[in-house]
Ligand binder design. Structure first.
Ligand code: IMP
Ligand code: MG
Length: 190
């Protein structure tokens, strides 16, 4: 790629960031409140924050620093496979937790709940491992897209049916490093 192609590619990349929906300050303020809520409600009991990669890695890193009681961190990679119109699929764990969760109050930290299918499957699977308790916190929620009846215990922002990028969320693996949440658009004039 020569210099002018690189400039064009960068312009095209920036054009697809249609508009900022949630600013850095709004994110940080909501996360501080959520961290306090978690800290108050578990109050010294053993918490394990579990984030589902890759989308939730940025939210996890800010949320865990807003929690003021001892907690452990875990990551897992999960993919759900569906056949036809079934609302529940087969979860394939491509990277599993290394903790035995039966000794922990587990809080799943998710980036966004869309159809709800992936998280529904992950929650059902983790329940079989008998955690002391299991809750779900999500940064974003798109309830209008739900295909299964799934509700997070704590949801920081409810958004309309936009495709969003930034703060961990991607479009074809790009834009995860934006410090804010933006709406993605193929053309600036849409
Ligand atoms: P679902 O709730 O099973 O449909 O899947 C949710 C997953 O789809 C999330 O964890 C994201 O990885 C991805 N996803 C859903 N909506 C968006 C979006 O607007 N932007 C980026 N990723 C999304
Ligand atoms: Mg995700």
């Amino acid at each position: 790629m020569d210099n002018s192609q690189a400039i064009q590619a960068l312009e095209a990349f920036n054009r697809k960031i249609k508009r900022v929906l949630i600013t850095e300050d709004e994110l940080q303020e909501a996360i501080k409140r959520a961290g306090k809520e978690i800290s108050d409600s578990y109050d010294g009991r053993p918490i394990l924050l579990v984030s589902i990669l890759k989308g939730a890695f940025v939210f996890m890193s800010d949320l865990c620093r807003a929690v003021t009681v001892p907690c452990e961190i875990g990551f897992m990679c999960a993919k759900s496979y569906y056949s036809g119109t079934t609302s529940s699929g087969v979860v394939k764990i491509t990277m599993d937790l290394d903790q035995d969760i039966s000794n922990y109050h587990v809080v799943i930290v998710e980036d966004i709940i869309d159809t709800g299918r992936t998280l529904n499957d992950v929650v059902n699977m983790l329940k079989l491992r008998n955690p002391l308790s299991l809750k779900v916190i999500t940064l974003l929620d798109k309830p209008s897209r739900r295909l299964v009846d799934f509700k997070a215990d704590l949801s920081l922002f409810t958004i309309p049916d936009y495709f969003v990028i930034g703060y961990g969320l991607d479009c074809a693996e790009e834009y995860r490093n934006l410090p804010y949440i933006a709406e993605y658009g193929e053309s600036a004039n849409e």
